[in-house]
Design a protein around this ligand. Structure first.
Ligand SMILES: NC(=O)c1ccc[n+]([C@@H]2O[C@H](COP(=O)([O-])OP(=O)(O)OC[C@H]3O[C@@H](n4cnc5c(N)ncnc54)[C@H](OP(=O)(O)O)[C@@H]3O)[C@@H](O)[C@H]2O)c1
Length: 165
């Protein structure tokens, strides 16, 4: 099984979204998301998919939904976690990336091998949140401080022990 990699940005209060949008814009942050997901399967929930202005080029987008119907070229639909994983494992790319939102992060967290988590210094408030990481399951493998008008720290968490395959 390819590594499962969650990618998220949250504020100081763990908020990731508000009104089905992200309540901040961090210059440069989209570039990192793009690099991490490019050429890989990208699993997202229906609400996150609907929040995007357009499908993301270069990614094999899998939208999780129990009911959604879409005929958008390049977008695959999955009705369960297992179906999403099965589709993703057959697509090109070295990793299975997971791009939110709240429900999908929560669903995939128990399977995640790595988490790229951007943590803003500021609190924006929101109605969707990133789940708490069990400290005994994940450790910080790397971190990078980024100063600027919206300072933040980028963390890479790795699962402490491999999940049984
Ligand atoms: N800051 C960040 O890094 C970041 C990244 C991504 C998104 N976001 C934000 O997160 C928010 C959206 O999060 P959300 O929790 O509301 O929605 P979501 O996780 O994007 O999508 C939820 C939908 O996924 C489907 N789903 C969930 N579990 C499923 C399962 N086990 N099997 C099949 N389908 C399943 C359901 O669709 P159906 O109802 O169709 O069945 C559900 O309504 C937005 O505000 C967005 O901007 C933030």
């Amino acid at each position: 099984m390819k590594p499962i990699v969650l990618i998220a940005a949250m504020d100081a209060g763990r908020a990731i979204g508000r009104g089905n949008d992200i309540p901040w814009h961090i210059p440069g942050e989209q570039k990192v998301f793009r690099e991490l997901t490019m050429g890989n399967a990208l699993i997202i929930g229906r609400m996150t998919y609907l929040s995007l202005p357009r499908p993301l080029p270069g990614r094999y987008c899998i939208v999780l939904s129990r009911s959604f119907v879409s005929q958008t070229a390049g977008v695959l639909l999955a009705t369960s976690l297992n179906e999403a994983l099965s589709l993703a494992s057959e697509l090109p790319g070295s990793e299975i990336t997971v791009g939110g939102g709240q429900e999908i992060y929560k669903l995939f967290l128990p399977l995640a091998n790595r988490i790229h988590l951007t943590v803003l210094d500021a609190t924006f408030g929101g109605d969707r949140f990133f789940p708490l990481l069990p400290e005994d399951e994940f450790s910080i493998a790397a971190s990078e401080r980024v100063e600027g008008p919206l300072p933040y720290t980028r963390f890479i968490y790795e699962r402490r022990s491999r999940l049984p395959s």
